[in-house]
Design a protein around this ligand. Sequence first.
Ligand code: KG4
Ligand code: ZN
Length: 348
Amino acid sequence: MNDMDKKTDKDILILAIESSCDETAAAVVKNGREVLSNVIYTQIALHTVYGGVVPEIASRKHIEKINQVIRAALDEARVTLQDITAIAVTYGPGLVGALLVGVSEAKAISFATGLPLVGVHHIEGHISANFIENKDLEPPFVCLVVSGGHSHLVVVKDYGEYEIIGRTRDDAAGEAFDKVARAIGLGYPGGPKIDKVSNEGNPNAIHFPRAKVDDNMYDFSFSGLKSAVLNYLNSCEMKGETICQADVAASFQKSVVDVLVEHSMAAVKQYGYDKFAIAGGVASNSHLREAFETECKKRKLKFYHPSPIFCTDNAAMIGVAGYYEYIKGTRHGMDLNAVPNLKLGERI
Ligand code: KG4
Ligand code: ZN
């Protein structure tokens, strides 16, 4: 993290706020790609006892934490609100009560200081996380966004310009990880636990299905896979067989990774780009990253991925997306509202 000694009048500093799910986060980003601070208060421990995110608890915790997190982000960046150029905030998609906390906070700061307000799409944030550590990355490229709520194959045509070419028809990839983890007794959040336990398992022990969606080769479907895992567990139970948790985890994960890799590589080939990126919480999966590393090398593609801390929810990625929106002239007013099912590329 740099300090602000080098700040000039031309520098654009974005204070970014993210509260769409169970992370209360704030960051300061300089000129779009330099993260001066990235503060994340994660509520995971609070929700673990319930086996998933409880929206009401998330909203209440955001309210309690948001001022502290913003103060910490400004302090860590060694700046004050006077140094900030604009406020960026996630306004969708996400949990409405959770989003509202960040949006209301951003509007309050904007109103009190007169700083411009820029609403940011959460998934645009995830994609933009790739710009933080990959200074050479410029659009166009293909990006696979895999998180707890979304699985999208996206052509990033330009900054802030997207074409969704594939999406999940049912569960998101992260959702499948979380549900399977719960079924095999690993608990919440499932993704990181399956990632870890898979290291001790055999990915070829059980053959789970790789779903194809007939009318769009880039779409995904993970609910059949989830059912196949549940059926396998039931049949083992009925036969009185004990399951090997690590084998089930590794075999399930292999099935998800195979599908994500196959669809993504087909898309990159079809669209003719030589750059491919991944984003979202599931993008921190070590087996998925390894598989893409290998496949991209084989095809002579440049493979981009954020560090795990920028894959899961954070505000630095919102600051990056917010910067590109800001320099394009996007401004929101005091009527900015939380939009729980905001579509990618939609501007409200
Ligand atoms: O992007 P994110 O933090 O929040 C959403 O916008 O949804 O993603 C959270 C999801 C959860 O489903 C979590 O289980 C999954 O990302 N995840 C992982 C890993 N780390 C987080 N999935 C697989 N492997 C991981 N290492
Ligand atoms: Zn997210």
